[in-house]
Ligand binder design. Structure first.
Ligand code: F6P
Length: 417
């Protein structure tokens, strides 16, 4: 590689997004990049010339290993939508001026479906204007909703956390006071896709029955039927655990979270902030059934629990980061690296690459046939699909009894470095 590499992180973070960053860094250095720059706060920060020379922050092999185990976006992230290339060219002129100044050959962006829109637009613009830079995306999202990849880095670790924590919540309930009723409703992220919520079923095993009900956004949610189901279950058992997706909504398309009026925030891509469904439904149960009901929101914990990361996930995240640099260095552009499942037993995967135009802004949902007829649980096929992705652990470097993280001093930083 003759020129330099720049890498950015975008969208919601995960427990292994920095493992992809480490993979990008390591491969770029191995392939002879003179400099590897990191955008601070994604493309939005780059527009303000916020970038760092990564060699000043990742100084040795131990730093690489700690980075792989550090949750949240090491470089900082953004949710920023580039304008259409025919609408506002000034932004593109500015970005390419910065890339030319830094002698960038490969531009790597680690993100989900919205972030791939950035790779799509920048690669289209480069081709239109005869620019030589290559643009390649690295998949990332706990939501697991990217098209054309078997799964996304970040999903396996979040699924492992969800399965483990659901099991612990169930265990907690089982020790609840004698002859008292308790309904616990767990709210899980994932927007319009139920991949994460379905992973709560992995808590089921010989020592745990798993959640009593699981509601995914792929099936319309009816509040009255839900209350009836809970009532019936309470006739048979005292303690019930229900896993719901943050994105469950009525047949008319109204999110249950909208009933709660917890927030009406909408991001640059038009996504409503989905929060509060569990506490709304816990209230409904409390009032209509008259028993104790508790809401548990896994919230940011499910995407930042690096202490419980899946080894498969950490390794695959590293692998896709490296594969993106290799692809860009070999001339690919306007593409995203994907993970292909080679076999289930033993589990093996490999990387592939696809046109980002077929991935950006799309949403891959849980197939209806992987959800039971009543829409209240996932099937064995779903469980068989997820189980290999949560295998193995990735022990953290512990200091003073808690995990050590690699960090960059906070603040927006100065222009460049
Ligand atoms: O897209 C990833 C995700 O974690 C979603 O599951 C969730 O709805 C969203 O991000 C939350 O984003 P934020 O932290 O910006 O509110």
């Amino acid at each position: 590689m003759k020129g330099n590499v720049i890498v950015g992180q975008s969208g919601g973070p995960t427990a292994v997004i920095n493992s992809s960053l480490a993979g990008v860094y390591r491969t770029a250095i191995d392939r002879g990049a003179k400099k590897v720059y990191g955008m601070r706060f994604g493309i939005q920060g780059l527009l303000d010339e916020q970038y760092v020379d990564l060699s000043k922050h990742i100084k040795n092999d131990l730093d690489v290993e700690i980075l792989k185990r550090t949750p949240s976006a090491f470089l900082g992230t953004c949710r920023y939508k580039l304008p259409d290339i025919h609408e506002n060219q000034d932004i593109y002129v500015k970005i390419f001026e910065i890339l030319d100044k830094l002698n960038i050959e490969c531009f790597i962006y680690i993100g989900g479906n919205d972030s791939m829109d950035t790779i799509k637009k920048l690669s289209d613009y480069a081709i239109l204007m005869g620019k030589s830079q290559k643009f390649v995306g690295v998949p990332k999202t706990i939501d697991n909703d990217l098209a054309l990849t078997d799964h996304t880095p970040g999903y396996g670790s979040a699924a492992k956390y969800i399965a483990t924590s659901t099991k612990e919540v169930i265990r907690d309930g089982l020790g609840f006071s004698y002859k008292k009723k308790l309904v616990t409703i767990i709210e899980i992220m994932g927007r319009n896709a139920g991949w994460l919520t379905g992973a709560s079923a992995l808590s089921r095993g010989e020592d745990c029955d798993g959640p009593d009900l699981i509601y995914l956004p792929e099936v319309p949610f009816e509040i009255d039927r839900f209350v009836d189901r809970v009532r019936k279950l309470l006739e048979k058992k005292d303690v019930i655990v229900v896993a719901i997706s943050e994105g469950i909504r009525t047949a008319e398309g109204k999110y249950i979270s909208e009933f709660s009026a917890a927030t009406d925030y909408v991001d640059a891509f038009g996504h409503k902030q989905l929060t509060g469904s569990a506490s709304y439904l816990a209230n409904v149960i409390n009032q209509q059934v008259g028993c104790k009901a508790r809401a548990v929101e896994f919230s940011t914990l499910q995407r930042s629990a690096a202490h419980l990361a899946s080894r498969v996930d950490v390794n695959e995240a590293f692998m896709v980061g490296g594969a993106a640099v290799k692809a860009a260095d070999e001339g690919d552009t306007g593409r995203m690296v994907v993970i292909d499942r080679v076999s289930d037993d033993p589990y093996q995967s490999a990387t592939g690459i696809y046109d980002v135009h077929k991935i950006a802004n799309g949403e891959k949902l849980v197939p209806r046939e992987w959800i039971n007829k009543e829409g209240t649980y996932v099937t064995e096929e779903f469980i068989d699909y997820v189980r290999p992705l949560i295998q193995g652990d990735s022990p953290c470097v512990m200091v003073g009894g808690i995990p050590r993280h690699l960090y960059m001093s906070s603040g927006r930083g100065k222009k460049g470095e």
